[in-house]
Design a protein around this ligand. Sequence first.
Ligand code: SF4
Length: 272
Amino acid sequence: MLPEVEQYFRIEKLPHLWCPGCGNGIIVHSLVNAIANLGLDQNRTVIVSGIGCSSRASAYLDFDTLHTTHGRALAFATGIKLAKPELSVFVLMGDGDCTAIGGNHFIHAARRNIDLTTIVFNNNIFGMTGGQHSPLTPSKKRVTTAFYGNLERPFNLAELARGAGATYVARATTYHTSLMTKLIMQAHLNRGFSVVEVITACPTAYGRYNKLGSPADMLRAQRDNAVNIKDIEDSAVPDDKYIIGELYRTEKPEFIEIYLTAVKQLQKKGGQ
Ligand code: SF4
């Protein structure tokens, strides 16, 4: 491990449980690079995760961490931010955790525009629980619960987040690590609900069922299928490609500020 990131890990918890070739470690590395570049205080930074392969990351990271219940990471993070608004709070979830079990929490955190930095590890599948399809599994792809191909249409996570009220939405892949780090930094600097979707590889379940080749082949596919938003000349992006980069940014009142203002006003009234 590189000395500059070692301080952010609970070395005694390693080795990690991820399969060889899993993209989760790449995302965690970009996250700690972003935290280091931002100069965040390790004692005032909180990592909250749900359940699943990706959410295991909180066990390895040496911050105040909370490994919560399935789909509920944002509910716990909302409580932390309300109690201690000065803390930097990162929320790590897999695609199934975030958009299936946790879908309701996701849209309402976005609707409130609460100041949380959310990273969604999108490997198109529930990895840890056996390779079931998630709301982000592409149509026709094979998984254990759709052995002849997924009949459902997936969410576009970025559009879902934007439509629900998130004020910063971005997408990267585990191939584009420098971009990922930059997007996580920008997401954290946004005062509001921020979402960075990271397309990652689960070679053990999704890759194997869909004959996507080795982990290196899956990374090459990310390179070949991603189109940087800066390189798009018109709006036509083929269906089998996805756009990466900063997809959406706007300003809206942030929930904690609204809440604290309301508390102050009520305290003033109470004191009259
Ligand atoms: Fe990674 Fe998939 Fe293995 Fe889970 S099952 S650790 S997501 S490769």
